[in-house]
Design a protein around this ligand. Sequence first.
Ligand code: FAQ
Length: 330
Amino acid sequence: MMTTPAEPYALPAEASVEVSAEEHQFNELIAADSRIEPRDWMPEAYRKTLVRQISQHANSEIIGMQPEANWITRAPSLKRKAILMAKVQDEAGHGLYLYSAAQTLGTSRDEMTDALIAGKARYSSIFNYPSPTWADMGAIGWLVDGAAICNQVPLCRASYGPYGRAMVRICKEESFHQRQGFEILLELMNGTPAQREMAQDAVNRWYWPALQMFGPPDNDSPNSAQSMAWNIKRFSNDELRQRFVGMCVPQAEVLGVTLPDPDLRYNEETKQYDMGEIDWTEFHEVLAGRGPANARRLQRRREAHEEGAWVREAAVAYARKQAVAATAVA
Ligand code: FAQ
C-alpha cells in the first residue's frame, strides 16, 4: 500500500488516502496521459462513467439515423439518395463501434439495447426534432455533424483506448457528413427564392438545438470536472460550444444564411463570439422525454428491434451450426 500525493481526481488537499498498487498504477497512467485498456484495473466510477457516456453516444448514433432515413425515399436525385444512404449506414456503423467499445467494459449489448427501447437510456437531445424538408438534410449535416465533430475530435484522445480508437474512424466519417450537408445547403442557397427560404428555415430550426448538443452550461454540468480529470473529456461543454459557434460564423457567411441569434457578435476583447441565451428549459424538457419527436423516435426504434428479431435468431442458429461443425471437424 502506498499514498499518492497528486491524485488525478479531486481529493481534499490535505487528504492522505491509502490506495492500492493497482489504483496507483491507474493514477500514474492517467497522469502520464497514457491509455487505459480493457485488461487494466480501473476504479468502478471510471468504468461507470465510460459506460454511461459511450452507451449514450452509441444510442445517439442509432436513433440519429431516423431524421435522415426519413428522406432516403424522397431524395431529389439518385446521387443524393446514394450519398444519404451511405451517410445513414455510417451512423449505424458508428453505433456498432461504440456498443463494442462499451462491451469491453462489461456491459452487454442486450442490456444497452433493452434500456434504450424501454425509454430508460439517454441519447442526444438533437434527434428529438423532426425533419420536414429536404433542407433539413443540409442543416443536419452542416450543424449536427459539425457540432458532433467539434465535440468528438477531442474524444479521439480519450484515456480509454477502445473509445479513443473508435472515435478516430468516426471523426473521419463525420467530416464527410458535414461537407455533404454544407454542400446541400450551398446548392439550395444558389437556387430559387423558395429553395433559399427552405434552407434558411432549416438553419433556424436546427441552430439552437445543435448548440444544446454540447450539454448543459459548465456551472450545471455535474459530470464534466471528473471526466476531465480522468482525461475522458478534454474540454468543457461551454468551451466546445464556443469553438463551434466560432466555426459556424464564417461558414454561414459563405453559405449566405443568417444564424438565428440576434445577440451574436464578435467580442474584440475576448476574441470570441458573444451569443444569446440558450433555452435550457427546452433542453430539459427534451431530456425528460417531452421533445417534439421523442415518442416517435422510441416507437420506431422498438418496432425496428421487433422486426429484426428473426435476423438475430437466424444469426444465433447459424453460429450454433458453425460451432457444431467445428467440433465435428476437430
Ligand atoms: N442530450 O454533466 P453533463 C452525433 C446529459 S452523436 C441528451 O455535462 P457529460 C452523430 C448527460 O448525459 C451525438 N443528454 O454530462 C450523428 C448527463 O446525464 P446523465 C452524441 C444530454 O456526459 C450526427 C446530464 O445531461 N454525441 O451527433 C445532453 O459530462 C448526425 C448532465 O450533463 C455524444 O454522445 C444532450 N445533448 O457531457 C448521428 C458525444 N447533454 O448521464 C446521426 C459523447 C448532456 O448524468 C446524425 N458525449 N446530457 O444522466 C459527450 O461528449 C458528453 O457525454 C456530453 C455531455 C458533452 C454530451
